[in-house]
Design a protein around this ligand. Structure first.
Ligand code: 9MR
Length: 365
């Protein structure tokens, strides 16, 4: 689906809401229900407040928007002190044909971050999705056997991590390796190489950049549940074996209709107790369309809830949103009935969620 079609489904705040200064009360929190234009005066940027709170505030960056949209670029630089490539560092992006690399967008983002004093989260080295066709087809037709696949994976990790050595703060080494019930996801990696591919991936990444913090990363692992417990058990096992794993990344893709996850603080605490870092890596909160003021107010409390969990956990040093404007959000492509998942609307107007994150950062740790 192209962007033009997507846009017709998106939510726009009514003009009246933009002008009104109403407060809306939902649950425990009070949030302003209006969006304010991005250029309106605000006490401080998110990144200035985050610096004071000793936390990174990050966003996923759409490579095309970064190249073509000056407003997007300006806000990315002004509001965030961490960036993640939304797609540009994924395998299908960097090696679309076997042995033919395209680092254009990934390099551009790393340069942008450097110019703007931002750290970079690397996303992602081993995943079941967005693999290049030459790789999946080769495995499917048997022309790439197990031993060769292992060396292809090693080469991929080594090549990419070395390219950005010293310039990536945290790498999502493995992404989404468990199912909801805590069993291993039945990916080509598990099928061909068995679960030892995970430890191998961390060792290879560490060898390529010993200073980067190496993360496991997944969705639906905010609270204590079967999936997050599988990560906890795996982390303990890997640490006992001396595997260089340093962090647990919680994506944080929430939806207001499913409620706010329970036991988030407990979950962060148990990884912290292992000596691991934690991070929220892809936070967004989608709502059932059409959005309205009540839904956006609830959304704001969800952003704030995850942010506060991070700020209250010593292990949590990084909080990244998966895009900051509804103009470029992935959500409507995948969930056609849902949207409006980010901090700003399609015109970069600040939604209540923006104010909630700003106030949370201002309150500090
Ligand atoms: O936001 C990304 C979207 O542009 C891509 O089309 C999609 C492909 O699967 O990946 C999206 O990002 C995902 C991230 O890499 C891993 N966690 C879930 C994210 C949302 O689907």
């Amino acid at each position: 689906m192209n962007r033009r079609n997507r846009r017709t489904r998106r939510f726009r705040l009514p003009a009246l809401a933009l002008l009104s200064g109403t407060l809306l009360v939902t649950g425990a929190a009070v949030q302003p229900a209006s969006a304010t234009p991005d250029r309106a005066h605000s006490p401080a940027t998110l990144r200035a407040l985050a610096d004071r709170a000793h936390v990174k505030i990050g966003t996923a960056v759409d490579g095309t928007a970064l190249a073509e949209d000056a407003t997007y670029r300006r806000i990315t630089a002004r509001e965030f002190n961490s960036v993640t490539a939304e797609n540009a560092m994924k395998w299908e992006s960097v090696e679309p044909e076997r042995g033919e690399y395209d680092w254009t967008q990934a390099d551009e983002l790393v340069r942008f971050a450097h110019r703007n004093g931002q750290v970079v989260r690397g996303h992602t080295l081993v995943w079941h999705s967005q693999l290049p066709a030459w790789l999946t087809a080769g495995v499917a037709d048997g022309s790439i056997g197990k031993a060769e696949l292992r060396s292809i994976l090693r080469n991929h990790i080594t090549t990419e991590v070395k390219r950005y050595k010293g310039r990536i703060q945290q790498w999502d080494v493995v992404n989404e390796v468990f199912e909801e019930d805590g069993s291993y996801r039945n990916s080509i990696w598990l099928q061909q190489l068995g679960p030892s591919y995970i430890a191998d991936a961390f060792r290879w990444a560490h060898a390529a950049d010993p200073k980067a913090k190496l993360f496991m990363n997944d969705y639906n692992v905010e609270g204590v549940n079967a999936k997050s417990t599988a990560y906890y058990d795996l982390a303990k096992q890997l640490l006992a074996e001396g595997v260089p794993v340093q962090g647990f990344g919680i994506q944080g893709h929430l939806a207001t209709q499913y409620g706010f996850p329970g036991q988030v603080a407990e979950n962060l605490a148990r990884f912290g107790a292992l000596g691991m870092q934690t991070a929220f890596t892809e936070v967004d909160v989608r709502v059932l369309m059409p959005a309205d003021e009540a839904k956006l107010a609830t959304q704001a409390t969800y952003f704030r809830g995850l942010l506060d969990a991070c700020l209250n956990a010593r292990s949590c040093k990084s909080f990244t949103v998966w895009g900051f404007t509804d103009k470029y959000s992935w959500v409507p492509d995948v969930f056609p009935e849902e949207g409006a998942a980010t901090l700003m609307d399609e015109e970069f107007g600040r939604k209540p969620a923006y104010a909630a994150v700003r106030d949370g950062l201002a309150a500090g740790r």
